[in-house]
Design a protein around this ligand. Structure first.
Ligand code: BTN
Length: 261
């Protein structure tokens, strides 16, 4: 169907969270969202849990999800070519970083692909999982935001790597508002991919990162490589240059990166 819009009239904005399922505790909001997507729940459905018992992170890692954090997943049903699909995790990171910067005036930055960082510590992580099922193709985008859960009481290795918004602000934040604003922002950024304005999403990501032109250590399975982060490609791949001058594209979700400076 072709929509002819009169000048000045905006098409109805995409809305996420129209169906919002709240749980006291879940294994993983991503796992529940995936099961619900298989049952046919529509795009924009949100699954929220006050705590997760088996929270999942990227690269098969677990994700500590105590009370006080913001743990939620969004069901998407994108009809996009593969080169645009890989921008969904990038769009999710952009939305989380922009929301946190705007609501709390914190100078958070993005680490590829979508970790939200403050002073080298992780404030938020995002796990994107796609599957094809009888009901069609769906993508689950799970946001984990360290909000009112203090990271100072986490086990030592995590304490050095994670920080929460309440740790930074020295006060509790309104978790519901943070989720609603993040959902609005995510709907906006995701719409850009749907309407063919992916280049704008790539530009926004580049404005929000501090890792370009910096030395990094790239971990792939058991091997680590020193490189320089060069650019973000139009499909969300990170372009790196290794020490022998070779240019490479990183796109796999199982790669992790550490800043060297
Ligand atoms: C990462 O490793 O950085 C990604 C962490 C993603 C955690 C969130 S919490 C809500 C959703 N449910 C999960 O099990 N994981 C994601």
């Amino acid at each position: 169907m072709n929509l002819i819009l009169e000048e000045g009239i905006e098409p109805e904005a995409l809305h996420f969270g129209g169906i919002l399922l709240r749980f006291e505790s879940l294994g993983s909001t991503n796992a529940t969202a995936k099961a619900l997507a298989r049952k046919g729940l529509p795009e924009g459905t949100v699954v929220l849990a006050k705590m997760q018992r088996l929270g999942r992170g990227r690269g098969e890692k677990s994700w500590l999800s105590p009370l006080g954090g913001l743990w939620f997943s969004v069901i998407l049903r994108p009809r996009l070519p593969p080169s645009s699909m890989s921008l969904i995790p990038i769009a999710a990171g952009v939305s989380a970083a922009r929301t946190i910067r705007r609501l709390f005036q914190l100078d958070v930055v993005l680490k590829w692909p979508n970790d939200v960082m403050a002073d080298g510590k992780k404030v938020a992580g995002i796990l994107t999982e796609s599957s094809a099922a009888a009901d069609g193709y769906h993508v689950i985008v799970g946001f984990g935001i360290n909000a009112n859960n203090s990271c100072t009481s986490m086990p030592p290795q995590l304490r050095d790597e994670a920080i929460s918004l309440s740790d930074m602000l020295s006060s509790e934040i309104n978790i519901d508002r943070l989720m609603q604003e993040n959902l609005k922002e995510f709907a906006k950024v995701y719409s850009k991919i749907l309407t063919g304005d992916s280049a704008e999403v790539v530009t926004q990501w580049k404005h929000l990162t501090d890792m370009l032109r910096q030395p990094i250590l790239v971990y792939e399975t058991d091997v680590s490589v020193e490189a320089t982060a060069v650019d973000l490609d139009s499909d969300g791949a990170l372009l790196i240059q290794t020490q022998d001058g070779t240019l490479r594209r990183l796109l796999s979700a199982n790669i992790s990166i550490r800043r060297l400076k």
